[in-house]
Write a protein that binds this ligand. Structure first.
Ligand code: SF4
Ligand code: SF4
Length: 148
């Protein structure tokens, strides 16, 4: 499948952590996806940049879905499709409580076991540091993002 060019959003620095270029504005999936994971966003994404899909082997084990920051074309279609308001339109607009998940979106790569493990470890770290958010039902979690 030929994909439109993305925005070259994330770059790995020498210490292996991902940094965002100033002009990068990829969309970001956050913690209301944990416990929801219904793939509604996958169904509307025109460039197939949200993973894992239900037909990918990582789907059952994945805690949430992730947007590939270099392939996202910022069309915005996924935002209204998400039933739990999990998707923000840029790292800058994503609440500070979700910072580990910004990085998790950046590192996840379908079919790369190491990248999948790193993303899932970031999700676990997020959950450990935000037990308050995790105690809230997914549908209500986004409303609490700014308070955590
Ligand atoms: S903004 Fe568009 S391209 Fe980016 S993840 Fe959402 S639906 Fe896909
Ligand atoms: S639509 Fe929302 S909850 Fe469903 S998989 Fe996508 S980001 Fe997760």
């Amino acid at each position: 499948m030929t994909r439109p060019a993305g925005r070259g959003a994330a770059a790995a620095s020498h210490d292996g952590r991902f940094r965002y270029k100033l002009n990068a504005m990829p969309f970001v999936i956050t913690d209301p996806c944990i416990g929801t994971k219904d793939s509604a966003c996958v169904d509307v994404c025109p460039v197939d940049c949200i993973h894992p899909r239900k037909d990918e082997p990582e789907f059952e084990q994945a805690s949430m879905l992730y947007i590939h920051p270099e392939e996202c074309i910022d069309c915005g279609a996924c935002v209204p499709a998400c039933p739990v308001a999990a998707i923000y339109d840029s790292p800058e607009s994503t609440p500070a409580s979700q910072k580990h998940l910004i990085e998790a979106n950046a590192v996840y790569r379908a079919g790369d076991a190491d990248a999948v493990a790193r993303a899932e470890a970031l999700v676990k770290q997020h959950a450990a540091e935000h037990a308050d958010l995790m105690a809230i039902a997914p549908a209500e979690r986004a409303a609490a993002h700014g308070k955590s």
